[in-house]
Design a protein around this ligand. Structure first.
Ligand code: GLA
Length: 390
């Protein structure tokens, strides 16, 4: 728990609004072990919430307006809750406006509130700081105004807010931010939203994130385009195999047998999705059996697919994975999240972490003149209330 972050958030709330917060919320970012770009393709994913969080302080202000302060940016905005909600040109405010709109559209009534938030989730690193912001805001408003909203609905509203902002994302980020549990990964069935927890026990290996420290602007448009290509491919598959309703019903031979009917890029996307759905099942089994080497091998395979078939990697991420592949101490590595920058997730033999970190940092700097960032993440709890002591 980041005590400094919490104390700072409380202090700034008290200074700004002249009163103590009534509710505090901690909302985490997420990692994903495996199952990339398949949440919106009805697949299974294996994410977990992490110990990097956004800390929120809230109080009612007995008006019809809400004032929200982003402490790390030192920016503030006000929203009149009686007026129609529309997009602003300040990006972070849109996630909050988006969830306010979601709550209102769902007939959930609430009044004005004051809010300060601060975060130690790196932004633009593929750790879903936006999902943490959406879900933490809904959680706080619900607590403040006694709205009873099931956790899964909080995740769904967070996802809709993200769509409103412009990324047609799947459910993985918001679901894992809300539903995370310490030392557990969540296997989510993204079609039914059934889920189960599995022990996050990596035995002799540490889970380390290497942040490429780049974020290519292609992300939003490419993401939405991938979704469209997958939808197009699935429609072709369905028209050939009426018994198939979803990618999860397919095996490789289905798509290989109708390859000529698809544009080459549509084929590549579908081929990746079908293989990745299968890899998640294998990875989950490997994790349960303590077979971390097999899990690592699957991570390398996923990266290969994301890079060569799904085309969401970039030269910096490929460099990190290719470099680490040469190291005996690294048994698995892949880009994580939406892609075009952000982090790789890596399994490194315990005791060898520091040597690998030092070597990669230097090689990465030499190759791109960019500082590699490194996070030793722990798997933490999902969005929750925090009881402060004043
Ligand atoms: C982003 C989206 C998620 C998911 C991942 C890729 O993080 O928000 O819904 O699609 O990319 O797996």
């Amino acid at each position: 728990m980041n005590d400094i972050l919490i104390k700072k958030t409380i202090a700034v709330f008290q200074e700004t609004f002249g009163t103590s917060p009534e509710k505090m919320v901690l909302s985490p970012g997420r990692i994903n072990i495996i199952g990339e770009h398949i949440d919106y393709n009805d697949g299974y994913v294996l994410p977990a919430a992490i110990d990097k969080i956004i800390c929120f302080a809230f109080a009612k202000n007995n008006s019809k307006k809400s004032r929200i302060l982003a402490l790390d940016l030192n920016e503030e905005f006000e929203v009149d809750l009686t007026q129609p909600i529309s997009l602003s040109n300040v990006v972070w405010t849109n996630y909050i406006l988006g969830v306010i709109k979601q709550l209102q559209d769902n007939g959930l009534l609430f009044g004005g509130f004051d809010c300060v938030f601060s975060s130690d989730i790196p932004v633009g690193s593929g750790l879903s700081s936006s999902a943490a912001l959406e879900c933490g805001t809904i959680f706080g408003i619900a607590a403040l105004f006694n709205l009873s909203i099931p956790k899964v609905d909080i995740a769904l509203m967070g996802q809709k807010a993200e769509h409103w902002v412009g990324i047609n994302c799947g459910i993985m980020d918001q679901f894992s931010s809300v539903m995370g549990q310490e030392n557990k990964v969540i296997k989510i069935d993204c079609k039914t939203l059934d889920y189960e927890y599995h022990d996050a026990n990596f035995n002799d290996y540490s889970l380390i994130l290497f942040d490429s420290n780049v974020k290519h602007s292609l992300m939003t448009s490419a993401y939405n385009e991938r979704r469209e290509q997958c939808d197009e491919g699935l429609a072709i598959i369905k028209s050939n195999f009426p018994e198939i309703t979803s990618f999860r019903d397919c095996n490789e031979s289905h798509v290989l047998s109708i390859k000529e009917e698809m544009a080459p890029n549509v084929f590549d996307r579908c081929y990746y999705v079908i293989k990745e759905i299968h890899r998640v099942a294998l990875a989950c089994k490997a994790l349960d059996n303590g077979d971390i080497k097999t899990l690592g091998k699957l991570l390398f395979e996923t990266h290969e697919g994301l890079s060569k078939e799904y085309l969401v990697s970039c030269q910096e991420l490929d460099f990190i994975v290719d470099t680490l592949k040469q190291e005996k101490a690294v048994i698995g590595s892949r880009m994580m999240g939406g892609g075009f920058g952000g982090c790789t997730i890596n399994l490194i033999k315990k005791g060898e972490e520091e040597a690998i970190k030092a070597k990669l940092t230097q090689m990465y700097k030499e190759a791109f003149d960019i500082e590699l960032k490194i996070y030793d993440v722990k798997i933490g709890n999902g969005t929750s209330l925090y009881e402060p002591v004043f």
